[in-house]
Design a protein around this ligand. Structure first.
Ligand code: G6P
Length: 467
């Protein structure tokens, strides 16, 4: 294998199993955004193939060189389900669920991060650029820098970075920061996340942080300048617009509406089944509006897609039970033989079906209690080529920083959420269009290609500076 000039390192490889047993590309925004740069730079992607105990040789899928990092069943439990998703995930989402601090989980996290770093170091050509993705791999930047000082290293954090008062709970808070500080550019979703990170660095290490630059001392007495800055991620907007214009997908949207009994208003929620998404708050508000007669089951339906996620982590299994109990109760109390109030789907759907749902939905509900960005909000906007529809958006989602023209809610305030839902349901077409124009412009101009270009340009600039 030739060595790559650009290496992406992420917990997951951008592939899934095809029906014939081979591999097929997973259609994520990140993959699409990086496609042209990866091709140009003989790019490689280092990641876990998604199944325990699977050790496969590097392979090529549609022009991208994929380098699998194997994880044993134990490592999946300790590193992925444990430290990544039962320690870091709840801690970084403001302790909505209680983080669990387990020493064996941390040890597995260090071991697995080292394995990713070694695979990336081996794949990278001299002076290559390596771009590490997300919270599962926070130690990789420093491990890589130590092994390969010639590399330019970027890291992007897709989830929130918490305030120091919460971050400081982490028993390994110093090690994690040192891991991240190995990067030349540390990207965050929001300016507030970058600020929280810089503050933690100041509090724990007293390093000099000015504007977005952090001076990190090297063992030889010199310093390395790390840039900690916001780069809000986005979606492959053009592909959503294209799907939204396809006649078959528009016909499918009509069919969905008919299938629901032609309600005058369809509300939609689309989330991974995760306690950060505020699904229960949304259901509670909707249930009360039905109870109080402000909404009628003959007129409105809430379609809630909750895609299965991290099902072996206890908090997630428990959340599923709670949500399904609540959906059952609301439907039991308010349905008629001909109409259902909540159409609940614990499933994942292909992108085409998602766009049909977006086109069918008059109101999109994004009520996250904490969310790095929330790309569903942006997907909904991109799909609304007719400039109709209303986005109800939580102020605790990163997307709020860019999408202030949505109907903004605090999902903890159930009365406020109910009023916001009513104002969305009742919004005039002229007002919908006015807001949609502003919101859609933002998503058209700041797509994921724009995001990756900005990040890679910032990385290239740090390389120039250090010459
Ligand atoms: C979030 C994280 C990603 C993660 C995704 C799905 O968006 O930021 O890093 O891949 O959730 O979660 P999973 O645990 O299935 O990879």
């Amino acid at each position: 294998m030739t060595q790559a000039k650009l290496v992406v390192v992420a917990n997951r490889l951008p592939v899934g199993r095809a029906p014939d047993g081979g591999w097929q590309r997973a259609p994520g925004g990140l993959v699409t955004a990086l496609d042209p740069v990866m091709r140009q730079a003989d790019g490689a992607w280092v990641g876990w193939p998604g199944q325990p105990d699977l050790d496969v040789e590097p392979f090529d899928v549609e022009g991208t060189w994929l380098i699998p990092v194997p994880l044993s069943a134990d490592e999946v439990e300790l590193y992925y389900e444990g430290f990544s998703n039962d320690t870091i995930w709840p801690l970084y989402h403001d302790v909505i669920a209680a983080p669990r601090y387990r020493r064996p989980w941390w040890e597995a996290y260090v071991t697995v991060n080292r394995r990713f770093a070694e695979a990336a170091a081996e794949a990278a050509a001299p002076d290559a650029t390596v771009w590490v993705q997300d919270y599962q791999l926070q130690l990789v930047p420093a491990m890589l820098r130590e092994a390969r000082p010639d590399l330019t290293i970027g890291y992007f954090h897709h989830i929130p970075f918490p305030a120091y008062g919460l971050y400081s709970q982490l028993p390994w808070r110093r090690q994690v920061l040192l891991g991240l500080l190995g990067a030349d550019v540390i990207g965050f979703q929001r300016v507030a996340d970058a600020g929280n990170f810089a503050r933690a660095v100041r509090r724990l290490f007293k390093y000099d942080t000015r504007a977005t630059g952090i001076r990190v001392p090297r063992p030889d007495g010199s310093t390395h300048l790390a840039l900690a800055k916001a780069f809000p991620i986005s979606i492959d907007t053009a592909s959503y617009i294209e799907l939204a214009r396809r006649p078959d997908i528009r016909a499918r949207a009509k069919e969905i509406r008919q299938g629901l009994g032609n309600p005058s208003c369809i509300l939609l929620g689309v989330d991974r089944l995760d306690y950060t998404k505020g699904i229960e708050h949304r259901l509670k508000a909707f249930g009360e509006l039905l109870d109080e007669g402000r909404l009628k089951v003959e007129d409105v339906t809430l379609v809630q897609v909750a895609s299965p996620s991290r099902e072996r982590v206890g908090t997630y299994a428990q959340l599923r039970d709670e949500i399904e109990l609540r959906v059952g109760r609301i439907n039991g109390d308010s349905d008629t033989v001909g109409h259902t109030s909540i159409r609940y789907l614990h499933q994942s759907f292909p992108k085409e079906e998602m766009v049909a749902l977006y086109l069918a939905a008059d109101v999109m509900l994004v009520t996250a209690l904490r969310d790095g960005m929330n790309l569903v909000a942006k997907e909904y906007l991109a799909a609304r080529t007719d400039n109709r529809g209303v986005l109800v958006l939580s102020e605790f989602a990163g997307a709020h920083d860019e999408l202030g023209s949505a109907v903004i809610v605090n999902p903890h305030d159930i009365e406020g959420l109910k009023d916001a839902i009513m104002s969305a349901v009742e919004m005039s077409p002229a007002e919908q269009r006015r807001r949609m124009r502003v919101l859609r412009r933002r998503v058209r101009e700041h797509d994921v290609q724009h995001w990756s270009q900005e990040f890679l340009d910032a990385l290239a600039a740090t390389r120039e500076r250090s010459k």
